[in-house]
Design a protein around this ligand. Structure first.
Ligand code: CA
Length: 371
C-alpha cells in the first residue's frame, strides 16, 4: 500500500470513528445510576481499627477504604468499620485479623514491634523516609515484598493505608534550647523516638491520644507529640502548652496499614482482590492529601487565633538526637535477622533517595523561598 493510500485509509477510519462517536449508535449506553450486576451474593466483611470511630485524619483511612470498595463493587462487597474498643481493643487488631476473627484491620505497623520487630520500618523511624519516599520504597524499592514476608507467618497480607506526612516535634511547656533542656523532661513520645529521648535524659511515656490533654494539663507530662496541626488543634493542646516545636524528626512520614487475613483474601474472586488493592492505594494517598490541605489551615489558626509560639528545634539538638538514633537503631536490630534485612533495604533506599531529593525536592523547595 502506498503512503498516500495509507493516509486516505486512516482518514476514512478516523472520520468513521468520529461519526459513530457523535451518533453514539455503536456505543453501549450505560445508565448513570445503575451498576453492572453479576447477581452474586453480597460479601460482608468486618474491619477493626486502632483509631476511635471516624477519628479525623487517621480514622478516615478505614472509612475511605470501605467506601471505595463499596463503590467499586457496586455494593457487592461491604466492609463494616469498627473503632477501637468497639469490637476488639485498639491493640488487639493484629491478633483479631491474624486469627481470622475478622477479615480486615487498620492501624500502624509499629504498634506490633513486640511481635514483629521489623514492623517498625513499615510505619516510620526517626530521621527516616518521608511519605513520598516511603511510597517509593514500598512500591518500587522492595519494601512491600519485605513487609509481606514479615507478616506471612501471621497469616496476614499488609497494604499501605494512609500517611500522616511529616509530623510536628510536639508541644512543650518550656523552651528547648539545648540537649540539657531534655534532662528530666517528662514527655509523651512512643516507640524508637521515645528510646532516643530516654537516652538523651528525658523520661518518656506512651499514652493514647485521648489521655494527652489531661496529662499535659495536670503536669503528668511536660511535653507531648501527637500528629500535626490538624489533629493537635482538635485536641486543644495549645490551651495547655505554650511552645509548638518542629520538625517531626521522629515521625517524618508515618505510613498506616491495612491488614487482611490471608485465608479470607484467598477466598475472594480475582476482581475483588484487585479492588481491595486499588482501594487501599487510594486511601493511602487520600489521607496524605487531606493532611496536606488541613494541616496548613490549622497551623494558621493556631498561630493567628491562639497565639501559639511556633519554634524550630535547634540544629544542635537535632544533631545530637540523630547521633543517638543511630545507636538506638543498632541495638534495636541487633538480635533480629529480619529487622536487619529490612533495615538494610530501608537504609540503602534512604541513602539513594536522599541524594536525589537533595537536588530535586529539597533544592526546589529552597528555590521557591528565594527572595
Ligand atoms: Ca506521632
Amino acid at each position: 500500500m502506498s503512503k498516500v493510500m495509507k493516509m486516505k485509509r486512516l482518514l476514512v477510519i478516523g472520520l468513521t470513528t468520529i461519526i459513530i462517536a457523535c451518533s453514539g449508535s455503536e456505543k453501549p449506553q450505560v445508565q448513570d445510576q445503575e451498576c453492572f450486576s453479576t447477581g452474586e451474593k453480597t460479601i460482608k466483611w468486618t474491619m477493626v481499627t486502632t483509631w476511635p470511630k471516624n477519628f479525623p485524619g487517621l480514622g478516615m483511612g478505614p472509612e475511605n477504604f470501605s467506601d471505595y470498595v463499596n463503590e467499586m463493587t457496586c455494593g457487592r462487597m461491604q466492609i463494616k468499620v469498627y473503632g477501637a474498643g468497639e469490637f476488639v481493643p485498639a491493640l488487639g487488631v493484629f491478633d483479631a485479623v491474624s486469627q481470622g476473627n475478622v477479615q480486615l484491620g487498620h492501624g500502624a505497623s509499629y504498634y506490633w514491634t513486640g511481635k514483629v520487630k521489623s514492623s517498625q520500618f513499615f510505619t516510620a523511624v526517626p530521621f527516616g523516609l518521608t511519605a513520598q519516599e516511603m511510597n517509593g520504597w514500598l512500591n518500587y524499592g522492595g519494601g512491600m515484598e519485605l513487609w509481606e514476608e514479615a507478616y506471612a507467618p501471621f497469616n496476614l497480607i499488609p497494604l499501605a493505608g494512609g500517611n500522616s506526612g511529616v509530623q510536628m516535634a510536639g508541644w512543650f511547656k518550656k523552651e528547648i534550647n539545648s540537649l540539657k533542656d531534655l534532662k528530666g523532661l517528662k514527655m509523651r513520645i512512643p516507640g524508637l523516638a521515645g528510646e532516643v529521648f530516654t537516652r538523651a535524659g528525658a523520661e518518656t511515656v506512651t499514652l493514647p491520644g485521648n489521655e494527652i490533654f489531661l496529662s499535659l494539663q495536670q503536669g503528668v507530662v511536660d511535653a507531648a507529640e501527637w500528629v500535626g496541626p490538624y489533629n493537635d488543634l482538635t485536641f486543644g493542646f495549645h490551651q495547655v502548652a505554650d511552645y509548638y516545636y518542629y520538625p517531626g524528626w521522629h515521625e517524618p512520614g508515618s505510613t498506616l496499614e491495612i491488614i487482611i487475613n490471608k485465608d479470607a483474601y484467598e477466598s475472594l474472586p480475582k476482581d475483588l482482590k484487585a479492588i481491595i488493592k486499588y482501594a487501599a492505594k487510594s486511601a493511602n494517598q487520600e489521607m496524605l492529601d487531606e493532611y496536606t490541605a488541613r494541616n496548613n489551615k490549622a497551623l494558621t489558626e493556631l498561630i493567628d487565633k491562639h497565639d501559639v509560639d511556633l519554634r524550630k528545634l535547634p540544629d544542635s539538638v537535632l544533631r545530637e538526637l540523630k547521633k543517638i538514633t543511630d545507636d538506638v537503631m543498632q541495638d534495636f536490630i541487633q538480635d533480629d535477622p529480619m529487622a536487619q534485612k529490612v533495615y538494610k533495604s530501608y537504609s540503602e533506599f534512604k541513602e539513594q533517595v536522599i541524594n536525589y531529593h537533595r537536588i530535586s525536592e529539597k533544592a526546589y523547595i529552597d528555590t521557591r523561598e528565594l527572595d
